[in-house]
Design a protein around this ligand. Structure first.
Ligand SMILES: C[S@@+](CC[C@H](N)C(=O)[O-])C[C@H]1O[C@@H](n2cnc3c(N)ncnc32)[C@H](O)[C@@H]1O
Length: 286
């Protein structure tokens, strides 16, 4: 996998054929079908795991390397960190992370009951180091499982793209409650014009940059601006927000394909220091 320079200003430039394709495929899926997809989102992901078991996603060993934040948010080397992986799937990110770093305790959740069960059945699942639970991040309160402001880092890895854009802010509000002030959400997901976006057939478009796969699961493709607005409007501060461009070889098609991801870090603002007794009370004018 070759690594190309990162750019903050734009996702990749499309060829004229690619531009034409996107222009051509503008018809949207009917409202009725869209509502059905929203109602059945959980079921469709659960069926995805029924079909693919734990075999679909590769283990993501890059997480600690790329998100050196996980190490750098320690005050001393052996400090225990608490993290939350929201939308953990079957643990492709979670288990490599726990293996890499023995001083992490991880909460992990997903709305697919099957995915949660696969995590529990994984031989590396250890309740001393990990707690997995089922949760719809757009509807259920994380505070039922995770204490308020107790988490040092939240991972959102290829999860927000699966959520309807109208509900994405609910996910960010939900994780905000459990994140310690001054700590970050670490985000990686599909970027605008990723190869996957160009592969959707006509009739798969749900809205701007939002598509449905054959199996009913959906995928949004982020611009850095859209993501920043979403986080900032929920109260976070932007720390890093940049496209990562890669070329991967698709062996089946014998092609080198351009991948675009968005990798970002948004911080919950630190608590402002409590006013000291010397501070004048602005409410009193005497
Ligand atoms: C592409 S998978 C990524 C899984 C994992 N983060 C990884 O990197 O391997 C997206 C996951 O998001 C979960 N998901 C989608 N919408 C969700 C929601 N509203 N609440 C909780 N999980 C959700 C799906 O069940 C699925 O497991």
């Amino acid at each position: 996998m070759a690594s190309l320079p990162r750019t903050r200003l734009q996702a990749r430039i499309l060829s004229s054929e690619e531009e034409e394709k996107l222009q051509r495929d503008q018809a949207l899926v009917s409202d009725f079908k869209q509502q059905k997809l929203e109602q059945e989102a959980q079921k469709n992901w659960d069926l995805f795991y029924k079909r693919n078991s734990t075999n679909f996603f590769k283990d993501r060993h890059w997480t600690t390397r790329e998100f050196e934040e996980l190490r750098s948010c320690r005050d001393f080397a052996e400090q225990k960190l608490t993290m939350l992986e929201a939308g953990c799937g079957v643990g492709n990110c979670l288990f490599p992370l726990l293996e890499d770093d023995l001083n992490i305790f991880a909460y992990a959740c997903d709305f697919s009951p099957r995915a949660v069960e696969y995590v529990k059945q994984n031989p590396s699942y250890d309740t001393e180091r990990c707690k997995v639970f089922q949760c719809d991040l757009t509807a259920d309160d994380l505070l039922e499982h995770v204490p308020s402001e107790s988490v040092d880092a939240v991972l959102l890895i290829f999860v927000l793209s699966a959520v309807h854009p109208d509900k994405m802010h609910r996910v960010l509000q939900n994780v905000y409650q459990v994140l310690k002030p001054g700590r970050c959400v670490l985000f990686r997901d599909y970027g605008l014009y990723d190869h996957a976006m160009l592969r959707f057939k006509a009739g798969s478009k749900l809205g701007e940059n939002f598509y449905v796969r054959q199996d009913g699961t959906r995928s949004y493709f982020f611009t850095d601006e859209f993501l920043a607005r979403l986080f900032v409007d929920t109260g976070y501060e932007e720390v890093v927000n940049e496209y990562v461009l890669r070329e991967t070889v698709n062996k089946k098609e014998g092609l080198c394909v351009p991948r675009v991801f968005l990798q970002s870090k948004f911080r919950k603002p630190p608590k402002s220091p409590a006013p000291t007794s010397h501070d004048p009370d602005p409410g009193h004018t005497a």
